[in-house]
Write a protein that binds this ligand. Structure first.
Ligand code: UD2
Ligand code: MN
Length: 372
């Protein structure tokens, strides 16, 4: 009887639907449940989301991944609360970590694929990492001034990320790019970087790192000392000798309060040259002294690159002669820039800044200087 046949078909059909939808429902509830948890975790563990221009900035405290599971068991509160106890439970990482290998075998030829390294797998989006089995000695922000040097960046992170992990540091990479094609101003970029990074997270140490400086020895520990530390005294380009005592170019680390004390870098060096010598003068005028690793471990290979548009010598010399009267008015406290975006990428936090353009006539700088 056709009626009966349709009824039994309907029965089987509906039974089938029900059976099939159960796993679907289960997985749906699980995922939406997880998202709710993540949001909860976000707010519970100072994990804040704020909008800058059109991009989302996430600030992540340590171990957020494990935080998620802990929230479920309420250990998050304990975890947040026991930050104090952590040092008791987890020892502070050693000042000379056992995994260091010393001299590195640097190969910058195209035989190496610099776009991936197995040590990248547990790097958290935004370029953050921290040791799990001990408490990092310092939270270090690696600040890279950047424009049109993508390959150099890949080569640098290929050697530096595994090295910082062996040094058991809590680090985060910030690539700070100058927007547009105007003359490059490294000093201004460094000041903008410092100001922007401080809005995102607290760090014990800032390492201002040229993108083309590849460290050759992992015993050169990327931490800050009380005085500014010039981490790159021995460069292949200069025969692994320090060309002059005031050199602080290449890789320079500073505690945040020291960077503020010298009022950061000058904003007035448009084009290549001397913003680093100006910094050395600021350090001198603040009686801070410069610390350096030994030439045996403070070794770097600089990737060959073309020379940049020079800042006119007249200007450079004039600015260097006037540092003393100018540096507390020209620097971090007077930097002007616009943040175009802040983006989390797998291996670094990308900050694009618009620094405007250099003053049209260079006489403006000299005339400005004569007034101060
Ligand atoms: C020397 C200094 C450098 C800086 C410069 C003078 C050393 C080892 N380095 O570097 O710290 O003081 O003189 O300005 O003493 N950059 C870009 N894209 C550009 C231009 C510059 O990304 O188009 C960034 C990049 O991180 C680079 C850094 O700025 O490493 C310094 O510029 P450079 O490498 O062209 O200058 P260099 O090697 O003479
Ligand atoms: Mn260079």
């Amino acid at each position: 009887m056709p009626g009966e046949w349709i009824r039994s078909f309907r029965r089987h059909f509906y039974a089938g639907i029900i059976v099939l939808s159960i796993p679907l429902l289960v997985s749906l509830s699980l995922t939406s449940g997880y998202d709710v948890l993540r949001l909860l975790t976000a707010f519970k563990s100072n994990y804040y989301i704020s909008n800058t221009t059109s991009n989302v900035v996430a600030n992540r405290n340590e171990n957020s991944r494990s935080m998620v599971s802990r929230v479920v068991t309420n250990t998050a509160v304990e975890h947040v609360a026991d930050i104090g106890n952590i040092s008791a439970k987890r020892k502070v990482c050693s000042a000379s970590p056992e995994r260091l290998v010393g001299r590195l075998n640097i190969d910058l030829s195209d035989n190496t694929n610099f776009t991936f390294h197995k040590e990248y797998l547990d790097i958290i989006s935004g370029g953050t990492w921290k040791p799990r089995d001990c408490f990092a000695r310092q939270r270090v922000a690696i600040i890279i001034p950047f424009r049109d040097r993508r390959k150099h960046l890949e080569q640098l992170q290929y050697y530096l990320i595994p090295m910082l992990k062996r040094q058991q540091l809590n680090f985060r990479f910030f690539v700070v790019e100058q927007n547009g094609n105007n003359t490059f101003n490294k000093g201004l970029i460094m000041n903008a970087a410092f100001a922007e990074v401080r809005k995102i997270e607290d760090f014990d140490c800032f390492v201002f790192h040229d993108v083309d400086m590849i460290p050759e020895d992992d015993r050169n520990i990327y931490t800050c000392t009380d005085a500014p530390k010039h981490m790159s005294p021995a460069l292949d380009k200069f025969g692994y000798r320090l060309p002059y005592m005031q050199l602080v170019g290449g890789v320079l680390s500073m505690k945040p309060d020291v960077f503020i004390a010298v009022n950061g870098y000058s904003n007035l060096y448009w084009g290549w040259g001397a913003e680093d010598d100006d910094m050395a003068a600021r350090i001198k005028f603040k009686n801070l002294g410069i610390v350096r690793p030994p030439l045996t471990t403070g070794r770097y290979r600089m990737i060959k690159h073309s020379k940049r548009e020079m800042n006119p010598a007249k200007i450079r010399m004039f600015l260097l002669k006037t540092v003393k009267n100018r540096f507390m008015k020209d620097g971090l406290n007077s930097v002007q820039y616009k943040t175009v975006f802040v983006k989390l990428t797998p291996l670094f936090t990308h900050i694009m800044v618009d620094v405007g353009e250099p003053p049209k006539d260079t006489n403006k700088i000299t005339s400005m200087m004569t007034q101060t």
